[in-house]
Design a protein around this ligand. Structure first.
Ligand code: ATP
Length: 336
């Protein structure tokens, strides 16, 4: 018997999925609503009931569970944030919390669960899969720090938001011939910083992944650039490095060049998702439902080499991702 025939036979023997739950967990990201909408409408189109779980795992443990209809997700694809809201939940990290969460899923007839979030949220999904709830993870984070995928829901919007904000800072920085240090989000990952560094033509990108950061060399470079006639000096500082305010003061003292710090902060999380985030999140949401209908569990949807694929969550969590060195080298050359 061939692999396809075997899979078809197994599918017939399995209990069909009747109810799918969906939740958003960890930090919010623009495009999460597009993913929720796609989960709801794809499931309903297949005759499957959908339940929305509010406030991530916290809401699951508190049984904040609502039925979702096609109309409940009307007028949401263009909205930032998450209509289901999100939270961090310490209790879900404990075995007791995980067992309670699985029992609540069973109580509400949720036999398939779509978890939209980052690596931490996937770790929770993996535990639920072990406890018999079919789970699929969708990568939702502005940090782009999920190893199994080249795309995460929200990164495209966040990087465009940051880029536009930095353009504005640059205008005033040039007028006043200042040095500007702009802190972008990304926690321990430098993807937002790297992309903005290239897109905004920054003189320097400081990323957590670059271990050999030397502030003395930075000061010398600022003075050198001033000699070469540069009208401003833009530094993109990744959140993981931090200390932006104090760094601005130290640089001003060392260079004599007026130096201002701008921390972009939570504005990078909000706003209407870009076309890419709406489309990719929609495809991923639909794929999550299809995977559940095929009887798959403990999988995460990713995007690699132009294709939407799914990976075992355990393997996905074990993968490592590194900053593309080539892009980083190019950024240095373009800062000349
Ligand atoms: P972001 O990248 O936006 O921060 P994330 O999903 O990685 O998203 P976390 O705060 O790490 O964010 O995790 C979200 C939630 O997932 C946690 O609050 C917790 O409820 C659950 N979680 C995290 N790690 C685990 C774990 N090891 N086991 C079970 N649940 C976990």
């Amino acid at each position: 018997m061939g692999k396809n025939e075997l899979e078809a036979m197994e599918a017939e023997l399995r209990d069909p999925i009747r109810t799918i739950g969906v939740l958003t967990s960890g930090g919010d990201a623009p495009g999460m609503n597009a993913a929720i909408r796609a989960v709801v409408r794809t499931a309903l189109a297949k005759g499957v009931k959908v339940r929305g779980i509010r406030r991530g795992y916290h809401g699951l443990l508190k049984e904040e569970i609502i039925d979702l209809t096609a109309r409940d997700v009307s007028d949401t694809i263009q909205r930032g944030g998450t209509i289901l809201q999100t939270a961090r939940c310490q209790a879900m990290r404990t075995e007791e919390g995980q067992q309670k969460a699985a029992a609540i899923c069973k109580k509400y007839g949720i036999d398939g669960l779509v978890v939209i979030g980052g690596d931490g949220s996937f770790a929770g999904a993996q535990r639920l899969a072990d406890l018999g709830v079919n789970t699929i993870g969708l990568p939702g984070t502005i940090d782009l720090d999920i190893a199994c995928t080249e795309y995460t829901i929200g990164f495209d919007t966040a990087v465009n938001t940051a880029m536009e904000a930095i353009d504005k800072v640059r205008d005033t920085s040039t007028s006043h011939e200042r040095c500007s240090i702009i802190e972008v989000m990304g926690r321990d990952a430098g993807y937002l910083a790297l992309w903005c560094g290239i897109a905004n033509g920054a003189e320097k990108i400081l990323m957590p992944e670059e271990k050999d950061f030397d502030e003395t060399a930075l000061v010398e470079d600022i003075l050198e650039c001033k000699k070469r006639g540069k009208k401003n000096y833009i530094i993109i500082n990744a959140e993981g490095i931090g200390d932006t305010m104090n760094m601005a003061k130290r640089i001003e003292d060392a260079t004599g060049m007026e130096t201002r710090a701008t921390i972009l902060g939570h504005m990078q999380r909000g706003g209407s998702p870009t076309c890419k985030d709406r489309v990719y999140a929609s495809v991923m949401g639909a794929k999550a439902v299809e995977l559940l209908m095929e009887g798959k569990t403990n999988r995460v949807v990713g995007y690699q080499h132009g294709e939407f694929k799914d990976f075992d969550i355990n393997e996905a969590l074990g993968m490592k991702k590194s900053i593309p060195e080539y892009q980083y080298d190019i950024a240095k050359i373009l800062a000349l």
